[in-house]
Design a protein. Sequence first.
Length: 633
Amino acid sequence: MKKSLLISATLATALLPFSGCNPPGQKSAGETKTASAGTPAARTYVAPGDKDEYYLFYSGGHSGQVYVAGIPSMRHISTIPVFAPYPATGYGFDEESKKMLGDYSWGDVHHPGLSKKDGVYDGRFLFVNDNANNRVARISLSDFKTHQILGPIPNSSGNHGSSFVTDNTEYVLVASRFSVPLPKGRYADPKDYEKEFNGMLSGIKVDPQSGEMSVGWQILTPPFDWDLGSTGKGPSEGWAFWTSYNTEMAHETLEATSTQGERDYAAVVNWRAAEAAVKEGKATMLDGVPVIDPAKVPGVLYFMPVPKSPHGIDTDPSGRWIAAGGKLQPVASVFDFEKIMAAIAKKDFESEFRGVPVIRYESVLEGSVPVGLGPLHTQFDGRGNAYTSLYIESVVAKWKLPPWTAEEKADLNKVILDKIDVHYNIGHLVLGGGDTKKPYGDYLVAMNKLSKGRHLSVGPSQPESSQLIDVTGQKMAMLYEAFTEPEPHFAQIIKADTVNAIEVYPKADNKHPHAVWEAKDTGVVRNGNKVEVKMIAIRSRFIPDRIDTQEGDELTIHITNVEQTTDMIHGIGIIEQNMNVVIDPGETKTLKVTMTKTGVFPFYCTNFCSALHQEMQGYLTVKPAPTAETAAK
Ligand code: RUQ
Ligand code: CUA
């Protein structure tokens, strides 16, 4: 009896991938892919035409972009350009995206953060930070495009400790990695670091309707180098936490000097109190932003000691347990938020630093879990388990969160439940919904810093590796290995059905002032040396397909892709004008070129659109500017 059951289960799994006659995305009854059934190959196999269950948004690091993949297949689906031009979508060439990029042509994306409602992802926005140029960008998940880049943020240098989204997306919270003399632009000698330099914590306000971001307020800090953070939830909602890796306030050879202290500090921030203090006029304006001095406004900031050079600090789904990775100590320190609140209420402080109370370590520490070597980040499955990445050990450690039994407390080795090898040197890890109140609890992606040739050779520049791990069982199981462009720092995993993306821009929603939809409304208008074109792109022509200009003219083209069909994209590339704009169905974009060269410059559709795609072309002519002589004739 038992045997036949087993066989039929295996058979069913084996048959799964081949029931492929459903329309794309529709599964037949019973065909729900689960993390735990079948061989790793069957568990990650998404048949041609079928769709993945989750989106994985992972950071593109210093490529400045965000990559979109599917889980469980780990297939790369799309690249969302954010901080760097990307000719594939024409990003950074049209006027709208050029304006967003401003003076910068790169960024360093580390930590994508999804918007939330009531502590769970709502599928509206993805926020990403730029470590390099102190910016935060907002991607809309209705069209998977970047809609706003805020920054450089005043008084903040090195936007590494973000983007941490509060439970109802009131704020995206940001911490400065580097301390500099403030306001920015002021010179001071790094020798005077302790006195002249400062760090900053920032609340980036998010408009509940539009998602538009603005700098709400800031909290001045000593020149600690702030590292990773997280927002509270449940009982700790309204609070946020960051670690510092340089409480020593070293400003040279940090490798040695910033690692001397046995303890560093974490910042414990009451962001609701910060918001209230600003409303009550307790802040001082600095470079246009209300800045709170925590020595003068008690209750906004506390310091909490954590062991030696911590890195990640993560709040569990219940909001009570806060786990800090201790890079140079083989433990994850678990703090109890209830005890933190009690210590604050009783003013049970061990000291103060520059007017900021330092919470007594022993009174808030629940325990130090001996996870292993090089603990960095922790994620949660919603079933009372935590998963910590161990950089040095190249392992993910699974352990049990408190409450612990007396026996476990006496020997915390007992709460380590499992370890799995990853390849190699894991940085972040992400579990679906792992930073929300309700993690999905099935898949975990280990984002490994080194791939060490576990792929076809591509020369010395090797990719990073991401490994998909099933966390549904007692033991973790390795499912799949994918390779990524540099550099997947952190990622977010969201259920696909929480995201509702459009596939064409409805004509009725196109608010571009120069959008035109019919041939009769297109045309070329000259005004002095300004030439303005209203153009449409439709399979398989540009209307107009001839533009006549003269040397020195400023040419503006407003081009509307009038298609209303899914996946019917057109592009316009102009030969030797360094111009390529791609227009999605129903979209209008504006491009500008100054005519510095004479001649005839063909333009053509860059995005394959039809059997007559090759024929989709036209001519831009540029006559020499009239000289005194030719003008007199
Ligand atoms: S932290 S190097 Cu995300 Cu582990 Cu930036
Ligand atoms: Cu239009 Cu190719």
